[in-house]
Ligand binder design. Structure first.
Ligand code: ADP
Ligand code: MG
Length: 291
């Protein structure tokens, strides 16, 4: 036992209840949707070269919720942009359903921190945008848009314009719009980062409920440790300079998740581990602390 200014007896973050272990084993038994294989990215300029990512490797299973956390500048956005096909790796590859990613595609939906809705279109037309581009018949696209708006709790706002909505509501429209394209995987880069704490908490709960009712795999970027634990099945922890995987951790908190879990032993144990890893960014130190 370590002594310190304060000490709370917490379980080991690697301890899993039978329920949690069974849930995680069930996820691992599902097909692999995405493989990130030895991905590296070097940015070259005239003066210097920056290794944003080095040898990033992990797999994501169908309907798994995986978060990637790490300090600012550790390559989180670069990684998700590579998965999205907006950026190319200088080493390794990302496979989706066994095929290498070579560019953007409708099999990946993206939600960014900044609102990316079309201000001149109604909420419903925003959600219908992707399907309409794919020439889905208008009526069908409209019915499906209504259904997605119901799922994100905005069916009453279908005919509003984005500037009539709060920040949280706009992000829910952005999620509905991404899901309306029926992607295989939803890529979210700090989607709630611009929201106030209360709206953010309510968005997290919305997202949990959406994932319970929709067959979607999620890769979620955040630097909020609580958010990562609350939402995820697993958390990939990146360190900086170069951006690399320090540890991939199974979240020991049972589902369905509620706000009550934030104060539970497994939650706090995982939070403490993430703090050790993020704040020291040094694998050896953190391992000693956990021992
Ligand atoms: P994060 O999202 O974790 O904050 P980023 O992926 O945005 O990190 O950036 C990782 C590193 O790569 C940073 O050092 C950043 O300056 C560098 N970087 C990102 N994009 C570019 C670019 N287009 N050109 C040069 N350097 C870049
Ligand atoms: Mg970023």
């Amino acid at each position: 036992m370590k002594s310190g200014a304060y000490h709370i007896d917490l379980p080991d973050y690697r301890d899993q209840s039978a329920e949690v272990a069974a849930h995680l084993a069930e996820i691992r038994s599902r097909p692999v949707v995405m493989t990130v294989g030895g991905v590296g990215r070097v940015f070259e300029s005239e003066e210097r070269s920056v290794t944003a990512l080095s040898d990033i490797t992990f797999e994501v299973h169908q309907r798994e919720f995986i978060s990637v956390i790490g300090p600012s500048g550790c390559g989180k956005s670069t990684l998700i942009r590579i998965v999205a096909g907006l950026e190319e790796p200088t080493e390794g590859a990302v496979l989706l359903g066994g095929r290498p990613v070579t560019g953007p595609g409708a099999d990946r939906g993206m939600v960014f921190q900044s609102y990316t809705l079309f201000p001149w279109l109604t909420v419903k037309k925003n959600v219908m945008f992707g399907p309409s581009m794919k020439r889905v018949p208008e009526e069908k696209a409209e019915r499906s848009a209504q259904e997605w708006l119901r799922i994100v709790g905005l069916e009453k706002f279908a005919n509003h314009y984005p500037n009539q909505l709060s920040g949280g509501m706009k992000q829910r429209v952005a999620i509905a719009r991404a899901l309306a394209n029926e992607p295989r995987i939803l890529l979210m880069d700090e989607p709630f980062g611009a929201l106030d704490a209360q709206t953010r908490a309510s968005m997290q709960s919305h997202l949990l409920r959406i994932c319970e009712s929709v067959d979607i795999t999620v890769m979620f970027i955040t630097h909020d440790l609580d958010e990562a634990i609350y939402l995820s099945d697993r958390v990939v922890v990146l360190g900086a300079n170069p951006g690399r995987v320090i540890e991939i951790i199974d979240v020991p908190v049972p589902r369905p998740r509620t706000g009550d879990h934030f104060m539970s032993g497994p939650f706090l144990a995982m939070r403490r581990r993430l703090e050790e890893l993020i704040h020291r960014c040094d694998g050896t130190d953190a391992d000693e602390a956990a021992a």
